[in-house]
Design a protein around this ligand. Structure first.
Ligand SMILES: [Zn+2]
Length: 509
């Protein structure tokens, strides 16, 4: 007898629907699975046979053929076990065709018939609903993410036997409760950071215009502490952004079963030993990398010169396009990757340059150290600042500085201005204004033009640096809700280029 069941496969953070077909006919006893299957899908045969056996279903001595169609797409992942088992049971007449009608099944089986969680349930349900499929049978551990899609009816089970009982007419009961994350731990707040007023202001400007930033400073200047607080001053996530972000985490299997929605902007801080695949994504079954997990949030690269140059090189394309394309043998997978890059580094190998009394580095050593940071990456960084070592009065100072909440309020207003200004455009933030449109969005008056001409000559700027100053000045003006860019805005923007002048000799950034 022939039967068919719906399931789906991941493609990036989207899915494609797959039909499981099973035919049981008389002939030499055999169990064949076809349809361009990856090894983990083919191995499913043994899991399915044993799981069926464990609930008392003995396969007849007949010819069983399983096909996953369309056959031109490679089937990866372990979510096909459950739909195949259901299709077999339907072919055997254990469950009725009507009971499975209109439902999509996904889940991995263990040998004793338990249903194990799989990655990517959220995109499966969310895309399925758009294709008019409203009922889903999924693993219990994935129930939280399945329920995020309000239009879908989700049935989550622990075992194959429970699914059979349900399809046989037993009413579905769930005790699922969405537990809001209550214990988030103490919020990291900017008011905890002593001193470093200039750096905090630079962070505010970076967050306001989504400008990438490089922080240079001796060990102990508080670089990491500042970085950890940057994501919290970005505006709160919109509902759409939450869902998109949760889909990425779902594909990676990183959603918690109790509270599946990602509520806060991510802060990702990969170690410098990370591989290319770890950073941008990849693997036999493709998975998003750190840059996608940092989507709509902050990617922090501490000890920037310690990263492999090649690893950093591959950041160029995603930083331009805000998504990453992974070329696979069977086509391209695309993941979103729109992040604010915050990089940090010591001013030299020993950490004390330019304090020549303490610095033990040779001149060639210094050169080598700075050369480790690739030029094309530096080209994509708008704000470059130096974090000074704290003075005694700053360390001992008791006055609390401004809280993240009140900084976030200004950043949010600035984002709203940009949202309005760029509503017809293909970009959303000042940092992404194309060079060809700068005249239009960062128009300078006569006085301002004259000022910039002087600066251009005095600091021997490059065109690229000049453009960055304009974009940052636009953000600073927006923070003041000023329509025109004024000299004080330009002056501040020029300040955010002083550190690279000192360390890379100016012309480089
Ligand atoms: Zn040194």
């Amino acid at each position: 007898m022939y039967s068919t069941i719906k399931t789906a496969i991941l493609e990036g953070i989207h899915t494609r629907s797959i039909q499981v077909e099973v035919d049981i006919s008389s002939g030499m006893p055999a169990f064949d699975m076809v349809g361009h299957l990856a090894p983990e899908v083919r191995e499913g045969k043994e899991r399915i046979k044993t799981a069926l056996h464990s609930i008392g279903v003995i396969l007849p001595a007949k010819r069983i053929t399983v096909n996953l169609s369309p056959a031109n797409i490679k089937k990866t992942g372990t979510g096909f076990d459950l739909p195949i088992a259901i299709a077999i049971l339907q072919s055997l007449g254990v469950i009725s065709k009507e009971a499975c009608h209109g439902k999509m099944f996904i889940g991995e089986l263990s040998l004793n018939g338990q249903i194990l969680s799989v990655n990517g349930i959220l995109p499966v349900v969310s895309d399925g609903v758009e294709n008019q499929i409203f009922e889903y049978v999924i693993p219990k551990d994935n129930e939280g993410e399945g329920r995020l899609v309000s239009k879908a009816q989700v049935y989550a089970f622990c075992s194959l036997q429970e699914v059979i009982n349900f399809l046989d007419g037993k009413p579905y009961k769930t005790e699922y409760k969405n537990i809001e994350e209550m214990h988030r731990g103490p919020e990291k707040d900017f008011s905890d950071v002593c001193g470093q007023k200039f750096i905090k202001r630079a962070c505010e400007v970076a967050a306001a215009g989504m400008h990438n930033m490089l922080l240079i400073g001796a060990p102990g200047a508080g670089k990491t502490m500042i970085a950890e607080r940057l994501a919290a001053i970005l505006p709160p996530l919109s509902d759409e952004e939450r869902l998109e972000l949760s889909k990425i985490y779902s594909v990676c299997g990183l959603l918690s079963s109790k509270n599946a929605l990602i509520q806060t902007r991510p802060f990702r801080s990969p170690h410098h030993t990370i591989t290319q695949a770890g950073l941008t994504g990849g693997g036999a079954v493709p998975k998003p990398g750190e840059i996608s997990l940092a989507h709509n949030g902050v990617l922090f690269l501490d000890e920037l010169p310690e990263f492999q140059k090649k690893t950093l090189e591959i950041l160029r394309q995603p930083m331009e396009e805000h998504k990453v394309h992974l070329v696979r043998s069977l086509g391209t997978v695309t993941y979103p990757a729109n992040f604010l890059l915050l990089a940090a580094m010591n001013p030299c190998n020993c950490g004390y340059y330019p304090d020549m009394k303490k610095c033990r580095c040779s001149e060639s050593g210094l050169r080598r150290y700075f050369d480790k940071v690739s030029q094309p990456l530096l080209d994509r960084i708008d704000i470059c600042v130096e974090a000074p070592t704290l003075t005694y009065s700053e360390v001992a100072g008791k006055d609390k500085s401004e809280s993240s909440k009140s900084i976030q309020k200004r950043v949010l207003e600035c984002h709203q201005i940009q949202c309005e200004r760029y509503k017809e455009e293909r970009f959303f933030h000042n940092s992404h204004i194309p060079a060809s449109r700068l005249e239009e969005f960062c128009h300078l008056g006569v006085k301002e033009r004259h000022y910039m001409e002087n600066i251009y000559l005095k600091l021997s700027l490059t065109a690229r640096t000049y453009h960055k100053i304009l974009r940052v000045a636009r953000t600073i003006a927006d923070l003041e809700q000023s329509n025109c860019i004024q000299i004080r805005h330009l002056k501040e923007a020029v300040c955010y280029r002083s550190a690279d002048k000192k360390f890379w000799g100016g012309g480089s950034l």
